[in-house]
Ligand binder design. Structure first.
Ligand code: 5GP
Ligand code: MN
Length: 335
């Protein structure tokens, strides 16, 4: 039995005002775990509100219940009121309060009981019940496990299944990484109960805007630097690029993975000059921990092979700092 399940069982044993929060720039695992858990808790007659710190992209519109969620950036008062009213707060796919910005304070000082369900490294102990499993492919996989261990597998219907499958597919790059045998077991069960994985993949991956693919082409053609002696690939986008391509939230998702397709490249970086911060997204292969890199140098976190962070610095400074720290983490290759 996973640690925390018994306490969780007590906490949800009678209907409550519940808030579920996930991280900013919500990805498939964030929206899938938050909305999937919400649908389950609604079946137990809880009154549930889902909050995302910033907007989700329109490709997730099909996720059941997502349109009733509160986006803090668009409705800060609504989000604060929901948190203040809550008796029980879930943080899903979220391991640190600084990932929910200003809402973090409301959550920290709320009298509600707090539950974390997450799979990132180094979870912060700001909750009453921590269900953290870093070997889980995704928070969605872990939500399935939690509901199952609560004895409620029959409550997972195809709609909840679709939410959970979304997170598993997203965080494993369609079953290419971060999997364990249990990941496939969960996927098989979800397919068995009626999740249409073919339709889901089509919705998640084949509905891109033309400008998105043109942006990818631009990055590959003009913004790729390969540092062969360290097996590293870097891409960056400047504020001017953001204007030129009208880049919106979510448009850069997935681009960093292309860099890892290059032979001998073991670390990939995408550096984005956003309005107030410079964001860095890292991916790696095998034993190289990009989580170490971002937690030490870029105020970030994540997983061993996929992590992100940010800096209040210029694009140029972030790029040169990144190049400078490479020898700390990677052996020099003779070329
Ligand atoms: P991405 O590079 O796709 O934004 O994120 C990769 C992984 O790193 C995700 O699991 C994400 O939650 C985590 N991550 C991204 N940015 C940050 C950050 O600024 N701080 C922390 N703690 N984690 C991050
Ligand atoms: Mn995740």
């Amino acid at each position: 039995m996973t640690e925390g399940i018994q306490e969780l069982k007590q906490l949800i044993s009678f209907p409550k005002e519940v808030v579920i929060i996930s991280h900013r720039n919500p990805d498939g695992d964030a929206v899938g775990s938050a909305c999937g858990l919400a649908l389950y808790l609604q079946k137990l007659h809880h009154n549930v509100k889902v909050i995302f710190p910033s907007e989700y992209t329109s490709k997730y519109n099909f996720i059941q219940g997502i349109r009733n969620s509160i986006v803090f950036d668009l409705d800060p008062n609504g989000a604060r009121q929901a948190v203040d009213k809550a008796e029980l707060i879930f943080c899903v796919d979220l391991n640190a309060l600084d990932r929910i910005d200003k809402l973090g304070e409301n959550v920290q000082f709320s009298k509600a009981k707090k539950v974390m369900i997450d799979h990132h490294l180094d979870p912060e102990p700001f909750v009453d019940v921590m269900i953290s499993e870093v070997d889980a492919s995704s928070t969605c996989e872990l939500i399935f496990k939690v509901i199952d261990e609560l004895g409620d597998r029959p409550k997972i219907d195809p709609i909840i299944g679709e939410c959970l499958f979304t997170g598993i597919v997203s965080d494993t790059g369609s079953f290419k990484y971060a999997t364990r045998s249990y990941t496939y077991e969960v996927a098989a069960i979800l397919k068995e109960i009626g999740v249409d994985d073919y339709q889901l993949a089509d919705r998640l991956f084949n509905q891109q805007k033309e400008k998105h693919l043109r942006l990818l082409g631009y990055c590959l053609a003009n913004r790729l630097e390969v540092i062969k002696e360290y097996g590293v690939g870097i891409m960056w986008l400047s504020k001017a690029d953001y204007m030129k391509f009208d880049i919106q939230r979510g448009d850069t998702e997935g681009i960093v993975n292309y860099i890892l397709m290059i032979e001998n490249v073991k670390v990939a970086a995408l550096v984005l000059e956003q309005p107030t911060i410079v964001k860095i997204s890292l991916r790696s292969k095998g034993d190289i921990s990009v989580q170490d890199m971002v937690s030490k140098h870029f105020n970030g976190g994540g997983h061993k092979n996929a992590a992100g962070g940010s800096a209040y610095a210029s694009l140029k400074d972030v790029l040169s700092k990144f190049r400078k720290i490479l020898p700390e983490y990677l052996p020099k290759i003779d070329i």
